[in-house]
Design a protein around this ligand. Sequence first.
Ligand SMILES: *Cc1c(COP(=O)(O)O)cnc(C)c1O
Length: 958
Amino acid sequence: MTGFSSRHIGTDGAAQWHMLDGLGYDSVDALVKAAVPASIHSTPRSTSDIPEPATEAEALAELRALAGQNRPARAMIGLGYYDTFTPSVIARNVLENPSWYTAYTPYQPEISQGRLEALITFQTMVTDLTGLATANASMLDESTAVAEGMLLARRASKAKTDVFVVDADALPQTKAVLRSRAAAVGVHLVELALADGAELPDELFGVFVQYPGASGRVWDPSAVIDAAHLAGGLAVVAADLLALTLLRPPGSLGADVAVGTTQRFGVPMGFGGPHAGYMAVRQGLERQLPGRLVGVSQDADGHPAYRLALQTREQHIRREKATSNICTAQVLLAVMAAMYAVYHGPEGLRAIASAVSRKTEALAQRLRDYGQNVHHDAFFDTLRVTVPGTARTVIERARSKGYQLFWADEATVGISVDETTTAADLAAVAWAFGAPEADEHGERELFWDGFEPLAKMDAALKRDDDYLTHPVFHTHRSETAMMRYLKQLADRDYALDRGMIPLGSCTMKLNAATEMAAISWPEFADVHPFAPEADVRGYLAMIEQLEIWLAEVTGYDSVSLQPNAGSQGELAGLLAIRGYHDANGDTGRRVCLIPSSAHGTNAASAVLAGFSVVVVACDDEGNVDLGDLRAKIAAHSAELAALMITYPSTHGVYEQDVVAIAQAVHDAGGQVYVDGANLNALLGFARFGDLGGDVSHLNLHKTFAIPHGGGGPGVGPVGAKAHLAPFLPSHPLAQRADHAGGVRFEGGPVSAAPYGSAGILPISWAYVRMMGASGLAEATGAAVLAANHLAARLREHFPVLYTGESGLVAHECILDLRPLREQTGITVDDVAKRLIDYGFHAPTMSFPVAGTLMVEPTESEDLDELERFIEAMIAIKAEAVAVAAGEWPADDNPLVNAPHTAESVVAGEWTHPYSRETAVYPVASLVRSKYWPPVRRIDQAWGDRHLVCACPPVEAFA
Ligand SMILES: *Cc1c(COP(=O)(O)O)cnc(C)c1O
């Protein structure tokens, strides 16, 4: 190993040799080939589209060249994406700070208090601005949030109808996403010009209003909302959060659900994402919320503490009954948006919004002065201008000066103003419409003086209440204070910058600094997702390369990068299967077989694709029960749409029979969906396409080095064989013709942006570019080796639940802690919390089997860290044995009291039967470097009984 792969892979030759020796293999290759069934080994290819590995310097230079092919422009296209100033203190201390971006979803709340506080601040910001009771954290983007709002309305409404009314002035990408999501689950969409007074139908389960409209128009939807309520429906309002600092909030207009994006709160456009969407609901609907909800509870000492609340904590347990399939969300971006509000406070946000509004008023005036027809009088930041037959000409004139405007139709141009727009920008745009150029002095006069925000807005639509009154939005105003607040929060969390996070199924590998570098470059960060093709050539070239590389390593013919999480890739893949069957006239094929061990998103996605889920049993070895599979296939053969299978399985083993399983499904006319989240166990050794898969999603935020961000962002590309490729997601505003529908990909969109979270694709591009095909295979080998080393070393202390026929595991192993509980009374929870005292993030707990820990070390950890973990687990086992031996009482020992805070060992008199050293320094190395959890064990149930999902008052922490 040389070059970047030797930096990415934690174990060197000597360490690997040591582990191999223990396992009885003489090479990594031999180990993996023994673990992976021979029937699926891929044959070496003579040619590869993946170039030889680049050095870090070379990769950066190539990224610079790609960035150079994007033409920087001032984007004034709007439609939910706006240029914004990311406060440098937030860029440096959050976006570019591994303490924030390498953390995992806060399932272990005691070591996640920092990001949970940031997320509850996000929720508070959203509830305050929308005027609703409860907000989640977060949605994947605005358009999918509207789709989730539609589904929520259907669940909550008592109306017996499939009709959902859509505002004609909704964002075009939202309409497109709604069309594909509605069709899959039998919702009948009715589009109406609501702002023009169109009457609602008598029967509907919900209505959707865009506020302000895509055209910029602001109108009072309360009469429409009242009418929807009378018909038994719910009202979903998509609202711009910045506008809501000046406009009456959806809650006070009667909305049941508010959705939208928080992008313009300091998150770069990134050619479409990632950004945090949001959803807020009125009281009574909180149990219907999709995605994650952070709430307040208390720890063992009665101190307030945050954790994921209600059903959102463990979506996967609800499977097909889950409120949605969202798993990975947009945590890092939600944190950024929340901190933007913390940094600016309500006055700052109001000032930004007022300036945006004033600039828009001034531009409208200037355009009217020069004879232009500006559509509406009441607007916030967006204008529509009628230019019969010359829209293209005007747009080209603006583009020649470096401005991107929106082509609405041949006669209409759209312009959106944002925080960054200057007087010179406004003058240049007005010039594109025929106004004379103004000099600098003139610009100031024309564009700054004398304009009122919301000048012609109905007073009833102006906001007059207070918001963001919580002290968090008032106390971190100086940069010093802000920097320290961000540091304080980060210090409460355990992320990869402290130690390993051996979470099975999550692949918490290195997110290399070089991989991260390009995402903040303006040529990638400040690009609008609907910018003209000629301005985004670098992005399109990168996307095409990545598609080709991913197709090669998976054995598929086409790949779409649009899905912005694994769950969305699943949905896209299942919709492709559905589209394929329908095109063949097989419209009755609606049954999806899913093994009982599957990740919860599988079943939830199948439901969203309009399938009914039939569960297939697993046998004692953790494999799909072939007998049961054949029986279920026989019982449903005419309706069989697909089997969804994870490979290697969620039990961490390579199933021998996968080829036979795929064959049985194909023989019955079904399609095989291979969940590719575990690709880190296979990459370079076998390909889904070769083992019988028709379609798969990958998780770039697992296998391909995108950081987890504390629970997002992610990218979940979907790859498919040629026969399914035409049904992969398209997008009406895609720059590439083959992605815009009708040419190659024709499925409906699953994301708001054509290329989803394109802004983080440079990370995976750099990873593949620097690893090369050889490095990717080395990574797989090192990951499988590390997992088997752990399994072998820990086996005598904790049974390894499943192994393959060779006695080996794949890239993760399940340690069975149920015997320990029987013998000692110590639970898997106790062990997970005690690991915190030892300076570790617990492995995945009770998934896919209750009472177990699933350990995935990944290739990035070195031998010392693996040994530190092994020794911690062995020491914890010994502690449990001491409890069983009566050395410590069952209800007062270092395990049940874990984790121990600093306060808990210094405050008052020490009365426990074990020493304070045992409590917090169980191994000597901790004395000099110790992660101190800020809270003790959190009472989950207490918080669900006393549901609070907004920032608690400061006194609560006194
Ligand atoms: C992580 C994972 C998913 C879901 O991916 P998200 O990006 O979190 O939506 C699906 N299946 C398996 C097996 C996974 O491990």
